[in-house]
Write a protein that binds this ligand. Structure first.
Ligand SMILES: Cc1cc2nc3c(=O)[nH]c(=O)nc-3n(C[C@H](O)[C@H](O)[C@H](O)COP(=O)(O)OP(=O)(O)OC[C@H]3O[C@@H](n4cnc5c(N)ncnc54)[C@H](O)[C@@H]3O)c2cc1C
Length: 333
């Protein structure tokens, strides 16, 4: 605790404009509406402020937890005895030609609506996902055949260093500048990053715990009316199939590996087949509408949700031999 007090003191002195809260209830920041307090929560407003914040964290040897809109996050009932950095105020959003540049805290719904208004196509799938740009890059979020990596152009990050990745053919290339010998103008060079390929709900950023501060999206020109119509169609499909009336974190489990002949396997179908639809522990329930979702029917605790997760995993493993894996990320658990 002493280290956190020290960190707080330095942050108040060295980052005077920084929004810093103590004992912030995480249930206010997660779509499950579950979670005890974070000892400290910072909400930087600019990448510069985020940089100062991270420098102090590095000097104090404190590793922060980064979060966006908390729509894929389950936080312990005891909370988190550390620093949470929330990106929600990193909300820059700009268009340049066929590109959109967005701060990591921009909501995907806002990003997709902005793209539609500007007549830029490629983000229609993202409109109904309640996460942020940073969360979508980290998770390689996707829906209805679309995925973050398909439209990513670049990602700015903070880690042990500060830098930028270009995304080409689904792989990350570290972008670095060298002055040209001829005229001194900076040339941008790229070096492929090892193990950089994005995969299903997984990115390089998960492995390296890098902080995504901004991303660029490469889109194609389209008719705003047609783009909005496609978004409305996908939103209607979501409403019809998903239990959006209850707090949740979306799909609880990852899609399992396909069968050897390539046939896809869906977690929701397995859970349903094993008779888990409607199964409840305390306030947590396997949705009766969509077995892939665990919902908070009211007053659910993290302990309820985790106990239900374990029961579902056990039944599915016993009956089908498939080991389900959590898609939802956990904190303090
Ligand atoms: C009703 C509902 C429907 C959903 N539908 C879909 C869907 O169709 N497809 C889909 O893919 N997901 C879906 N989700 C899950 C979720 O919205 C996505 O995973 C989303 O990308 C998470 O973004 P977030 O900002 O909320 O991230 P958070 O939940 O805040 O964080 C998730 C993870 O990302 C990390 N993270 C967040 N921001 C950053 C950052 N800037 N830098 C580094 N790490 C970061 C966190 O540390 C954490 O590990 C759904 C969720 C709900 C509640």
């Amino acid at each position: 605790m002493k280290r956190l007090e020290e960190l707080e003191k330095r942050l108040r002195e060295e980052c005077p404009g920084l929004e810093l809260r103590k004992n912030e209830p995480m249930s206010k920041h997660t779509s499950f509406r579950v979670g005890g307090p974070a000892a400290l929560m910072a909400q930087p407003k600019t990448p510069g402020e985020a940089g100062d914040l991270l420098r102090v964290c590095q000097e104090q040897k404190i590793t922060p937890f980064f979060m966006g809109n908390g729509s894929n996050l389950l936080v312990s009932d005891q909370g988190y005895n550390g620093l949470v950095i929330s990106t929600v105020r990193l909300d820059r959003l700009e268009r340049s030609e066929n590109f959109i540049v967005a701060g990591s805290g921009v909501l995907l719904s806002k990003l997709a609506n902005f793209a539609a208004q500007e007549g830029l196509s490629g983000l229609e799938w993202a409109a109904g996902i309640p996460g942020t740009v940073g969360g979508a890059v980290y998770m390689n979020a996707g829906a209805y055949g679309g995925e973050a990596v398909q439209v990513l152009d670049f990602v700015n990050y903070f880690g042990e260093d500060v830098g930028s990745f270009r995304v080409m053919d689904g792989k990350l290339f570290l972008a670095f500048g060298t002055p040209s010998e001829k005229n001194g103008i900076l040339n941008v060079n790229y070096r492929e990053v090892e193990n950089s390929t994005f995969s299903y709900r997984h990115s390089y950023f998960c492995d390296k715990e890098l902080f995504v501060t901004m991303a660029g999206f490469r889109l194609t020109r389209g008719d705003p009316g047609a783009i909005k119509a496609r978004m409305a169609e996908l939103s209607a499909q979501r409403k019809a199939k998903q239990p959006l009336e209850y707090p949740s974190a979306g799909s609880t489990f990852k899609r399992p590996a396909p069968l050897p002949d390539g046939t896809p396997v869906y977690a929701a179908a397995l859970i349903d087949q094993c008779g888990c639809k409607g199964l409840a522990v305390g306030g947590a329930q396997v949705s009766e509408k969509h077995a892939g979702f665990i919902v908070n029917r009211g007053g659910a605790t993290c302990a309820d949700i985790l106990a239900l997760v374990e029961e579902v995993k056990k039944r599915v493993l016993d009956q089908t031999g498939v080991a389900l894996e959590l898609e939802v990320k956990t904190l303090g658990v």
